[in-house]
Design a protein. Structure first.
Lengths: 114, 113
């Protein structure tokens, strides 16, 4: 498995502001992803965080709204920009180590936008 | 039609019961099948994963895949109150879809003493 931490664990933000969420893994991993879990809903993939290059976004998600960085093999950030109440969700990072299919999730960041 | 369908429940069973959780999927390109457990206010925890039709057992948990019917199941034997959580099926394809999980809606399970 992998030990994954996220900061902050939760935050309450005002409409129109931005929040950057950090994901740190205890050792190098092959792939990192960001998911969103809206209230009462399941998880939806936002993007694949690519090391040293631009993230790959899923349909419905754009870089201007969710800029992602991955400067090395153990760390990534997701920014939620120009927030609205509809962005209130849990944001989770996940990782795959080596080339397996086992994907592990961080504890999540619970975001509330007022 | 959603790519992955899962009965959201809720499901309530007595301690010691056998629990059956199920998902169906529509895309035959899906190749890898996972089950996650998510406790309240926690991230999903990987329980089991498999890629072939048939059964895979791990302790009290058995994952079953039927690719011909596009149907996957998770069985929990001798269920315990500590098994109370939301169970999520997750499926991914190969190739360019490597790592991209599509989740079911999750089934809320309560095991009461």
């Amino acid at each position: 498995s992998a030990v994954i931490s996220q900061k902050p664990s939760r935050d309450i933000c005002q409409r129109g502001t931005s929040l950057t969420i950090q994901c740190q893994v205890d050792s190098q991993v092959t792939m990192m992803f960001w998911y969103r879990q809206q209230p009462g809903q399941s998880l939806t993939l936002i993007a694949t965080a690519n090391q040293g290059s631009e993230a790959t976004y899923e349909s419905g998600f754009v870089i201007d709204k969710f800029p992602i960085s991955r400067p090395n093999l153990t760390f990534s950030t997701l920014t939620v920009s120009n927030m609205s109440p509809e962005d209130s969700s849990i944001y989770l990072c996940s990782v795959i180590r080596d080339l397996s299919y086992e994907q592990y999730f961080g504890p999540g960041t619970r975001l509330t936008v007022t | 039609q959603k790519e992955v369908e899962q009965d959201p429940g809720p499901l309530s069973v007595p301690e010691g019961a056998i629990v059956s959780l199920n998902c169906t999927y529509s895309n035959s390109a899906f190749q890898y099948f996972m089950w996650y457990r998510q406790y309240s206010r926690k991230g999903p925890e990987l329980l089991m994963y498999t890629y072939s039709s048939g059964n895979k057992e791990d302790g009290r948990f058995t994952a079953q895949v039927d690719k011909s019917s596009k149907y996957i199941s998770l069985f929990i034997r001798d269920s315990q109150p500590s098994d109370s959580a939301t169970y999520l099926c997750a499926i991914q394809g190969g190739g360019t879809s490597y790592g991209k999980l599509t989740f079911g809606q999750g089934t809320i399970l309560t095991v009461h003493p």
